[in-house]
Write a protein that binds this ligand. Sequence first.
Ligand SMILES: [Ca+2]
Ligand SMILES: [Ca+2]
Ligand SMILES: [Ca+2]
Ligand SMILES: [Ca+2]
Length: 282
Amino acid sequence: MKYSISVSNVESLLRKVMRLWSLRRVSLRRLLKPVLCIGIMFITPVYAHAQMRTPIPQAKEAINIDASASESAWQKGAWRKVDQVYIGDNITPEDFTGRYKLLWDEAALYMLLEITDDVLIDTHSDPLVKYWDDDCVEIFVDENGSGGNHEFTYNAFAYHVGLDRNVSDMGPTSTSSESKVQVYNEHVQSQWVRSPETQVITWELKIALFDDTFLPATGAKPSQLRKNKEIGFMFAYCDADKAVEGKSTREHFIGSYPIEDINGDKNLGYKDASVFEPMILK
Ligand SMILES: [Ca+2]
Ligand SMILES: [Ca+2]
Ligand SMILES: [Ca+2]
Ligand SMILES: [Ca+2]
């Protein structure tokens, strides 16, 4: 939102108001009117901005990562849809259906995810090779909600959590600023189970947030989370269902937040944190 009034304009206006008051040429009511108007001009956009952020409820009990939503904290908050198709078409409910919830405590974000996926496949056993072409859960997180490019930096992360629960992404190393595919298993703990009755897959994940000073193998600590912290977050599922010559490829990519395409391309989350959903810890 743009302002048409500068801080110096406001100071000058307030000085005039004070001078008029000191000269007692106007009533208190007439004096207060511009002051109130200025206050509303400043407060309204700030309030509107805060309102635009999706609140994440706080967990008041420990969350055990066991793919079971037995903690009463999971009763908090509404399910959020995973229905934005970034890649692919002709998706049926059996092919993919998903919904999720988020919680937070001082140590991390917690995600509960329910997925229907007709075929689970993992043909790339090495987590450093084409990890996005197997079925995987992709967690996009921007620790300070800054937005901006993160493809080759730690300004934000795009963790790909595979069926083997290895966590892959790319970024600099402690010895080089050159970006490299790596595993970040200490950042995301997860467990999943497929119901024998409904075939719904329940994932439970603990996602530690690291800020943009993070470097691997340096003993970096995750951020301590607190109320009203603003972050960027998005979820997407990489759905592969078949292998061609022994290797699967991503057939569908379905996410949680609408992305405006660039020349038809909606697969922007892995490089641009500005497309993540603005959220706030409450
Ligand atoms: Ca649990
Ligand atoms: Ca599928
Ligand atoms: Ca950031
Ligand atoms: Ca699949």
